[in-house]
Every structure is written in C-alpha cells, then in structure tokens.
Design a protein around this ligand. Structure first.
Ligand SMILES: Nc1ncnc2c1ncn2[C@@H]1O[C@H](COP(=O)(O)OP(=O)(O)OP(=O)(O)O)[C@@H](O)[C@H]1O
Length: 207
C-alpha cells in the first residue's frame, strides 16, 4: 500500500452542513458512489445503548457518561451534543483514523457542531461547505414530498432551517463555500468541485 501523505490537502476533512432537507444525503450519496475510495465518515461516540446488531467501533463507539465527560474535559471531541438525554460526538481520534486510511473525512453536522469545530482550540481547520435550499418554500415542498416526517417534525425542521440560514449569512459563519441546491445536477457539480477539484470520477454514475 502507498504511504499515506499526511500533508496532502486532499486529506483535509470536509464539513458539510445545511438545513434538514437541503439535500446533503442526496449529494453525498452520489459523491461517495463516484469516488468510492476517496471519502470516509468517522465513527461517532455515544452514551446511548447499542440497538439490535450494532457493534462497538462500527456504527458508534459506545461509552459511559463518565468516559464521555472525561473525553470532553480532555478536549477529545471535535464537536459534541446532547439529544434525547444521550450524548453524541465526533472525536478528534475518529477523524484522524479516516486520514490514516488515506481518505478524506466528511463530517455531516448541524449548526452547533459547525460552531464547535470552527472554534476548536487545537483541531486543524477543515473545509466548510454549506448546502442551502433555493428558498424556504421549496425546502418545505421537499420535506413534504420526502414524506419521512410527521407535520410537527416538518414545522420544527422549517423553524430550525430559518436559524441555520441566518447563521450561514452571519459574519460568524466559517463556510468557505455556499452551494444553492436548486437544480440538483448543477449543485452536485459545484459540491464535487469543492470536494475533489478536477479529479475524474473513479466510477461513472449509472442511472
Ligand atoms: N435539487 C433538488 N431538486 C429536487 N429535489 C431535491 C433536490 N435535492 C434534494 N431533493 C430531495 O429533497 C429531499 C431532501 O433531501 P435529503 O434527504 O438529501 O436532505 P438532507 O439535507 O440530507 O436532510 P436531513 O438533514 O434531514 O438528512 C429528498 O426527498 C431529495 O430527493
């Protein structure tokens, strides 16, 4: 195996954020399919119990609250948050592991996580990409036609989307690029260029 080039800028982690429904999964799925050996998602830590066939180190690193809190105190997280009474976080180590595999770590995280990453005292600055819906009306249509959420959840997501869009426009936002996901093909090509530059796809998309 070729030695890993730790200085290579193509291995700089990429943070992708944007409101729920802006198209992050759609675009990342295609990017990973076209460049299957280039990217990786880090394995997150959680204090919730494993479900079903979930394995430690695969879906998550399952740790106790004490272990999680110790890692926070040691500056071991790039970002972390609490949802539904459990902690979730991305450790510095988990991001490094992706680089050690010679892959670019992609972090799909929400606004509070983006703030933490960009203000982290020691973690090297990643590349920040914000995926924006063309308008709130279109975002609402997409969330409704995705048909994965109940009405209450859709309204919550739309409310949160307003906050995220305001943050993206603020001086505090760290984004290196904002891609407006209007026409999917155009948006995909812009994201692809941001993430891989001129590199040819490893695999051509078969529709
Ligand atoms: N450019 C586009 N034009 C039309 N529909 C789109 C476009 N981009 C994405 N969609 C559709 O919008 C919906 C939301 O996209 P997706 O699930 O990828 O969003 P997401 O940002 O990953 O959301 P979440 O953060 O909730 O996971 C999906 O049904 C997807 O097919």
């Amino acid at each position: 195996m070729a030695p890993v080039d730790f200085k290579s800028t193509s291995l700089t982690p990429i943070v992708i954020s944007g409101p729920s429904g802006s198209g992050k999964s759609t675009i990342l799925t295609r990017l990973f399919a076209e460049y299957p050996s280039r990217f990786g998602f880090s394995v997150s830590h959680t204090t919730r119990a494993p479900r079903g066939t979930e394995q430690n180190g695969k879906e998550y690193y399952f740790v106790s609250r004490e272990e999680f809190q110790k890692l926070i105190a040691d500056g071991g997280f790039v970002e972390h948050a609490q949802f539904g009474g459990n902690y979730y976080g991305t450790s510095v180590r988990a991001v490094e592991e992706i680089r050690e595999q010679g892959r670019t770590c992609v972090l799909d995280i929400e606004m509070e996580g983006v703030k933490q990453v960009s203000n982290h005292p020691t973690f090297p600055r990643p590349k920040f990409l914000f995926l924006s819906p063309p308008s709130m009306e279109i975002l609402e249509q997409r969330l409704r036609s995705r048909a994965t959420d109940k009405e209450e959840a859709i309204l919550k997501r739309l409310q949160q989307a307003k906050v995220e869009m305001e943050f993206a426009r603020s001086a505090e936002a760290p984004h290196d690029k904002i891609v407006v996901n209007d026409d999917l093909e155009t948006a995909y090509q812009e994201v692809r260029r941001f993430c891989v530059g001129d590199a040819e796809p490893e695999k051509l998309q078969v529709d």
